[in-house]
Design a protein around this ligand. Structure first.
Ligand code: C2E
Ligand code: MG
Ligand code: MG
Length: 650
């Protein structure tokens, strides 16, 4: 099985979302999430800046440490200078001043060391500080000794001690400070460099990330649009185009400079007996069948052609017009795999329409649907070209249905009465009420609208409309002193599905106070009574109420005799087909026997459609004594019929 890769993927269900709405939502969500991501990057960047600030602080501290160390050294050298001065000085008063000076410098030195200690605590330079502190303590400790020696006049010993013992300590302190200082400066330089590097790196990274983010957003949006487009244009089960997409493609073809739609034929395709597959194998297998069937059909298409699913097992395709028949031949029998061991060969039905210049895509779809509808008629081909008359018929039916409600409301329906005649006495013995539609000033016969209303389930209302007028007229004639005859009114078989039918009939009779004796309900035999029980019930209830029942068009259905046996109707109305050949002896014998049988069953018989005296003679010969037909009267307006009631002789 050829399957167009990528085209026929299953999409998850996203029902009801329209294309733009969906696209907008996805784009909105994507943009929002990208904005969030950008904000996140910005936050990282801001944090980085905070970090850099902290590093800056560390650098500041290092510099301060360095400054303290220098100050310590300066103080030491100053102190040392004062001490040397003290040693060298001979005058007592000057010595006291120098001693105070030395003390002041020493205090200053200690304060600096305290601050130094405070700032250096818990840093990597703490050990260096302690070393410096112990050197300094050693120095200060010995200085007291030197001062005492100098004060006591042992200048030389003091000078000696100073240079031999204390100078190396000072020099060691100096070296220590210089080493530490350069270590600190080196650290600071390294720190600065790494800080600058990581800041630069961070900036580059964040810019790259932002760029990627924008790229991802753009990609996402376009991807989402494409996906949403796919989802709203494809059928969810089969993956072929959906109906909306077909309309879009069709309209686009038509909009082209040279209407491209006319290069194609429209095909409505469905699977024959798909219902059976669903019933027999279940809907899961049914779905697989549909998917594979659609994939096969799709595989047969050529560039520029399209197939769309129109619900259920119905597909519509636009195929190049020269290929339309060949395409149908290709798909008339479609093998599909259902499971590992199961395969089916499906037969397709197809209605084909050759597209014209003026057609819209909707016209095309309508036309090929009408054509495929034709294939369902009994004995029809599986492949049918569209016939214009069929569309006209549909338009006519639509027109009837759309005008019907207004017609009921505005009483456009009127009742005609067709007399029934007793052939022995040639007098009026009853009549049938027949509806007519006065539409736009014209009289429309019932055969052109009753079947349409019946198909659409609307005829019941009309039957009651007629029956209502019949009951009203009977009451009216009685009030006016005109002797009525029994009037039969037609009721569609659809009423038999209604449990209220009997009650509804009786309600109308009671409403007008009509005498049931003058009423008869006609049910057509040819329409086929599926529900015999409902019919039996209706007939017996009518009998109970004193209303006659009759079987219309007897002889046109398939089960006439069994109906005759099972349903106890008062009157049988022979269809006018019994009058086909009144000179045929065989026919005469047959009709004679039927009439006798009806009489034997204690029913009355009347023949419809009597047009000639020969037919009257024939009926008399076969024992049928009542007739209805143009020979006596056509269906008459109420006024005309009243004249017949007053003068009932023929
Ligand atoms: P139907 O009930 O069998 O009515 C008899 C039809 O035969 C009437 O046609 C009548 O005009 C016609 N007819 C009578 N005599 C002759 C004749 O000598 N020659 C020919 N060629 N025709 C004759 P109409 O009035 O056009 O009604 C046609 C059908 O429409 C009726 O057939 C009936 O089935 C249906 N119909 C009429 N009114 C109603 C109604 O109120 N409700 C329902 N459900 N159906 C109705
Ligand atoms: Mg009738
Ligand atoms: Mg009839």
């Amino acid at each position: 099985m050829k399957e167009k890769k990528g085209k026929l993927q299953n999409n998850k269900q996203i029902n009801g979302l329209r294309r733009n709405k969906l696209s907008f939502r996805i784009a909105f969500i994507t943009v929002i999430s990208s904005l969030f991501s950008i904000v996140a990057i910005e936050t990282v960047y801001a944090n980085m800046k905070g970090l850099i600030r902290n590093y800056g602080h560390i650098v500041d501290v290092d510099y301060t440490i360095s400054e303290y160390m220098n100050e310590v050294m300066i103080d030491i050298y100053e102190h040392q200078a004062v001490v040397f001065h003290h040693i060298a000085e001979q005058k007592k008063e000057k010595k006291t001043e120098l001693k105070e000076n030395a003390k002041r410098v020493e205090d200053g030195l200690k304060t600096t060391m305290k601050d130094y200690e405070a700032i250096v605590r818990s840093t990597e330079y703490e050990t260096g500080y302690h070393e410096l502190f112990s050197l300094m303590s050693a120095y200060l400790h010995n200085v007291d000794n030197v001062m005492d020696l100098s004060g006591a006049g042992a200048t030389q010993t003091a000078h000696y001690t100073m240079t031999t013992k204390l100078e190396p300590i000072v020099s060691e302190m100096n070296t220590h400070i210089v080493n530490m200082d350069s270590a600190i400066h080196k650290d600071i330089e390294n720190l600065k460099t790494s800080m600058r590097e990581s800041a630069d790196l961070m900036r580059i990274i964040s810019r790259v990330l932002m760029f990627l983010m924008i790229l991802a957003t753009v990609f996402n949006v376009s991807y989402c649009l494409r996906i949403s487009d796919e989802m709203v244009s494809r059928d969810l089960l089969t993956g072929v185009a959906n109906f909306d997409q077909l309309i879009r493609v069709g309209e686009k073809m038509k909009r082209r400079k040279k209407n491209r739609l006319t290069n194609y034929a429209g095909l409505a395709i469905s699977i024959k007996d798909f219902k059976f597959i669903n019933q027999e194998y279940g809907s899961v297998i049914g779905d697989i069948v549909l998917k594979n069937y659609a994939a096969t059909l799709n595989g047969y298409l050529q560039r520029g052609e399209v197939i769309a699913r129109n619900g259920g097992d119905n597909f519509i395709a636009l195929v190049e017009k020269d290929r339309a028949e060949a395409f149908f031949n290709q798909i008339s029998k479609v093998p599909v795999d259902v499971g590992e061991k199961m395969g089916l060969t499906l037969t397709s039905r197809c209605g084909i329409y050759q597209i014209n210049e003026d057609d819209s895509i909707y016209d095309v779809i309508n036309a090929c649907l009408i054509a495929v509808g034709e294939t369902r008629r009994s004995g029809a081909n599986d492949y049918v070209w569209f016939r214009q008359e069929r569309r006209d018929e549909m338009i006519r039916q639509k027109d009837i249905l759309s005008g019907y409600h207004k017609a009921i409301e505005e009483e456009e329906f009127i009742i005609y009465y067709q007399p029934k005649v007793n052939l022995k006495t040639r007098t009026l013995c009853g009549c049938e009420a027949l509806v007519r539609w006065i539409r736009n000033g014209e009289l429309v016969p019932p055969n052109s609208f009753i079947p349409v209303l019946e198909n659409d389930g609307k005829v019941q209302e009309l039957d009651f409309y007629v029956f209502d007028k019949v009951c009203r007229d009977i009451g009216d004639w009685q009030r006016r002193g005109i002797q009525p005859v029994r009037v039969s009114s037609n009721f569609s078989k659809l009423h038999l599905h209604n449990k209220q039918f009997v009650d509804d009939v009786l309600a109308v009779v009671n409403k007008h106070g009509a005498d049931p004796y003058y009423l008869e309900a006609e049910l057509t035999e040819s329409s086929g009574y599926e529900d015999l029980d409902a019919m039996k019930y209706f007939v017996s209830e009518m009998r109970e109420a004193g209303i006659h029942t009759s079987m219309d068009d007897f002889g046109t259905g398939y089960s006439s005799l069994s109906l005759l046996r099972d349903i106890d109707m008062d009157v049988i109305k022979l269809d006018r087909t019994f009058l086909r050949d009144e000179n045929d002896a065989k026919e005469e014998r047959m009709v004679e026997n039927i009439v006798r049988m009806i009489h034997d069953l204690d029913r009355k018989v009347i023949c419809e459609g009597v047009e000639t005296e020969e037919q009257v003679e024939f009926l008399k010969r076969v024992g049928c004594t009542m007739a209805q037909g143009f020979l006596f009267d056509r269906p008459l307006s109420r006024e005309e019929f009243e004249k017949r009631l007053i003068n009932p002789y023929y």
